[in-house]
Design a protein around this ligand. Structure first.
Ligand code: 13P
Ligand code: SF4
Length: 331
C-alpha cells in the first residue's frame, strides 16, 4: 500500500469518505472481513464506544489484547495503548486511528531522563504506570494500571525500595493508602490535574446525596473527598452496584456514556475543571478518535503502531509481569 504524504503529515488517513456511507455498518463489515477486533477506552466518544467489540479500562484492554485471536487490533484510544497491544502481539497489525492521540502523562516521562533518575537511585524496584511510552516501560521492572497499582505495590515486601513513575498523583495516593514511601517521578495528566475542588464541593452542596467518584490521577485534595477512588472500570462498577442515585464524576467525561447506559435511572454529573466555564473535562487526545478515522484506518490499514523490536522485547517483561500478578490476584 502506498502511504500518501498527506497521511504521514497528518498522522491519520484523510481520504474523503463517499457520501451516504453508513459508517457503523461499513466499519463492522470490514472488521468481519479482515478478522479485526475493535477495542475502545471509556474516554473515547460514545459513538466510538458503541461500535467497539470491547470497551474497557487500561488493564482490561491489555488483558483482552493478550488473548485475542484477531489478525488486526484497532485500538480506539491513545498511542501508549496501541503500543502495549503491539508489544503483547508483535505478529498482529495494530492500528490507532490517529497518531496524534498521545498522552500528556506518558509524555511527561521521557525515557532518557527516567533512566537517569533510575540510575541515580540504585537498588530500587522500578514500577511504571501503563501510561508510559514503550521506551520508558523498557527500563521498568513491573507495569501497573490504576486498576491494580495498589495490589501490585503491596505484593512487594514492606521495606522494598521502589521508584514509581510517572504519575505523582497516583503514586502519592498509593503511598498514602499503603504506608509506603515510593520515590515519585513528577509527572501528571493535564486533564485530571485540572479538576476544581471548589466546584466539586459546590456541586456536593447542591446534591448532598451524591457520591463522589474520583480517578487517582486527580490531585490529593480531590482524591481526599472521594467516596470511591479507582480506575474507570472500578468507578463504573461502583456506580452500578451502589444504591446511590446521584454521582459526581471526577474523571474524563467519556466514562459517563457507559455509566448512563448501564444505569439509565441514575444521574451522573461530570466534575468541572478549574480553568473554564465548561461543565466537563475532556481528554483532547482521546477525542481525536472519530468514526471517520476508524473507518479510514481499517480500510487502508494505517496508521499502524510500530515498536522497535529491542525495546519491545524489554518492555514485554514488565507488562507480562503485571498481567501475571493481576491474574494471580484475580484482578
Ligand atoms: P484507566 O486505566 O482507569 O481506564 O485510566 C486510563 C487513563 O488514561 C486515565 O487517564
Ligand atoms: Fe493521558 Fe490524561 Fe488523556 Fe488519560 S486523560 S489518556 S492520562 S492525557
Amino acid at each position: 500500500m502506498l502511504l500518501k504524504d498527506s497521511w504521514k503529515q497528518k498522522g491519520y488517513v484523510d481520504e474523503p469518505i463517499p457520501e451516504g456511507t453508513n459508517l457503523k455498518e461499513e466499519i463492522r463489515r470490514m472488521a468481519r472481513e479482515k478478522n479485526a477486533v475493535i477495542m475502545a477506552h471509556y474516554y473515547t466518544d460514545g459513538e466510538v464506544q458503541d461500535l467497539a467489540d470491547f470497551v474497557g479500562d487500561s488493564l482490561a484492554l491489555a488483558q483482552k489484547a493478550a488473548q485475542t485471536d484477531a489478525d488486526i487490533i484497532v485500538m480506539c484510544g491513545v498511542h501508549f495503548m496501541g503500543e502495549t497491544n503491539k508489544i503483547l502481539c508483535p505478529n498482529k497489525k495494530v492500528l490507532v486511528p490517529d497518531l496524534n492521540a498521545t498522552c500528556s502523562l506518558a509524555e511527561s516521562c521521557n525515557a532518557e531522563d527516567f533512566s537517569k533518575f533510575v540510575a541515580d537511585h540504585p537498588g530500587h524496584t522500578v514500577i511504571s504506570y501503563v501510561n508510559t511510552t514503550a521506551a520508558t516501560k523498557a527500563v521498568t521492572d513491573v507495569v501497573v494500571t490504576s486498576g491494580n497499582a495498589r495490589q501490585i505495590v503491596e505484593s512487594f515486601p514492606k521495606d522494598e525500595k521502589i521508584i514509581f513513575g510517572p504519575d505523582q498523583n497516583l503514586g502519592g495516593y498509593i503511598n498514602s493508602i499503603t504506608g509506603r514511601q515510593m520515590l515519585l517521578w513528577n509527572g501528571a495528566c493535564h486533564v485530571h490535574e485540572k479538576f476544581s475542588l471548589e466546584k466539586i464541593l459546590a456541586l456536593k452542596q447542591e446534591h448532598p446525596e451524591a457520591k463522589i467518584l474520583v480517578h487517582p490521577e486527580c490531585k490529593g485534595p480531590v482524591v481526599k473527598i472521594a467516596d470511591k477512588v479507582g480506575s474507570t472500570a472500578v468507578l463504573l462498577k461502583f456506580a452500578i452496584e451502589n444504591e446511590a442515585t446521584v454521582f459526581i464524576v471526577a474523571t474524563e467525561s467519556g466514562i459517563l456514556h457507559e455509566m448512563q447506559k448501564r444505569c439509565p435511572q441514575k444521574t451522573f454529573i461530570p466534575a468541572p475543571p478549574n480553568d473554564s466555564t465548561c461543565a466537563c473535562n475532556e481528554c483532547n487526545y482521546m477525542k481525536l478518535i472519530t468514526l471517520q478515522k476508524v473507518y479510514n484506518c481499517l480500510k487502508y490499514e494505517w496508521p499502524t503502531v510500530e515498536v522497535d523490536p529491542q525495546i519491545a522485547e524489554r518492555a514485554l517483561v514488565p507488562i507480562k509481569r503485571m498481567l501475571e500478578i493481576s491474574e494471580r490476584l484475580g484482578l
